[in-house]
Design a protein around this ligand. Structure first.
Ligand code: SF4
Ligand code: SF4
Length: 163
């Protein structure tokens, strides 16, 4: 999923890979593609692991993810604005490189994970704006609260380091 207004799309010929892209049985339910991502100015698409789609469920036992509205996600009055079908997601790089849908597509470049510090920087910017529609109010609030705690913690650590 992605709410980026100006997503780049690649024009590679995907016809040799369409069987693989449409084979839903290969999905291992890691949930990565159903978390918020943002495109940085240099084109890199970065995953925000703490902000999943509000329709994303997780099995408490196995940890596997699943979509609570899977069958209707592309026509759902809200989710259709950020959820996309396989081919579009491939073209926009929304799957990570290790996703079975894309792993054999040469030249494919998908979303990446970056370190916590960079994610926090991105989140700080993000929290200056409105809540992304795909994210639940609870998750958004938790993320804001966590950043607030970090903000209080970091100056304290910096002060301690100076002594
Ligand atoms: S990234 Fe790929 S394997 Fe993971 S949930 Fe999405 S489609 Fe499935
Ligand atoms: S609507 Fe479902 S498939 Fe689409 S991003 Fe959300 S959880 Fe994933």
């Amino acid at each position: 999923m992605c709410e980026m207004p100006n997503r780049l799309t690649n024009r590679m010929d995907l016809s040799p890979f369409m069987d693989q892209i449409n084979d839903e049985t290969v999905c291992n339910r890691c949930g990565e593609c159903c978390h918020l991502c943002l495109q940085l100015p240099d084109g890199l698409i970065v995953s925000i692991p703490s902000l999943g789609c509000r329709f994303l469920g997780q099995d408490g036992h196995s940890g596997l993810y699943s979509c609570e509205i899977y069958e209707e996600r592309l026509v759902h009055e809200e989710a259709r604005s950020w959820c996309s079908k396989g081919e579009d997601s491939v073209r926009q790089g929304l799957y990570p490189d290790h996703c079975p849908y894309v792993v054999s597509i040469e030249g494919y470049q998908g979303r990446i994970r970056v370190g916590r510090r960079v994610v926090n920087e991105i989140l700080r910017d993000l929290h200056h704006g409105d809540k992304p529609r795909s994210v639940s109010t609870d998750d958004w609030g938790r993320s804001k609260e966590r950043l607030g705690r970090l903000k209080r913690l970091v100056p304290a650590l910096t002060g301690a380091g100076r002594r």
